[in-house]
Ligand binder design. Structure first.
Ligand code: ADP
Length: 188
């Protein structure tokens, strides 16, 4: 299985991504986690990425693409992988296509988490209020992340919709467990 999981901030894709990766024994590749880890380690890449992330903007494509290119060639990806948080704009999606072609691989599923914007806003504002410990979880930045999602990441769904293997996950008002069941069923 080589899966891309798409969805807005607050769509609950991170939680499900972890579950799917464990269940099917494939690598969970979260670009957000990789970038936060680079920041924590104080690497050059982390230093470059931090400002963008704190503002809720996308970090430059070249940074993320470098990470993904290396990561996809690691041993644990042999059995499959799940991309979470990438691609986040159409040019990343096109670059991923080219990279996969080069590696002679193709995607098996595109899971698109569909959640109404009103639900998203409520969830991420709550998460910000509760204090997730993430430096990009405050009201202003969270709203910007949603705006960036609408402008840059929604078009990625449309890009994949035309290509097949595209599955919409109705994740709107359902619990984590209900969404998990839906996803398992869809991946059968
Ligand atoms: P969320 O939970 O909001 O979906 P992520 O953990 O996936 O957030 O990402 C947090 C931040 O990391 C993003 O706002 C962005 O700055 C940066 N980021 C993560 N993935 C990418 C990517 N593929 N391209 C550019 N920036 C990214």
């Amino acid at each position: 299985m080589r899966i891309v999981i798409l969805g807005a901030p607050g769509a609950g894709k991170g939680t499900q991504a972890k579950f799917i990766a464990e269940k099917f024994n494939i690598a969970h590749i979260s670009t957000g986690d990789m970038l936060r880890s680079a920041i924590a380690k104080g690497t050059e890449l982390g230093k470059e990425a931090k400002g963008y992330m704190d503002r809720g903007e996308l970090v430059p494509d070249t940074l993320v693409l470098g990470l993904i290119r290396e990561r996809l060639q690691e041993a644990d990806c042999k059995n499959g992988f799940l991309l979470d948080g990438f691609p986040r704009n159409v040019s990343q999606a096109k670059a991923l296509n080219a990279l996969l072609e080069e590696l002679k691989l193709s995607l098996t599923h595109i899971l698109d988490f569909d959640v109404p914007e009103s639900v998203l806003l409520e969830r991420i504002l709550n998460r910000a209020k509760e204090g997730s410990g993430r430096s990009d979880d405050n009201e202003e930045v969270v709203k910007n992340r949603l705006k960036v999602y609408n402008e840059q990441t929604l078009p990625v769904s449309n890009y994949y919709k035309e290509k097949g293997n595209f599955i919409t996950v109705p994740a709107g008002t359902k619990s984590v467990e209900e969404v998990r069941e839906i996803v398992l069923d869809l991946l059968k």
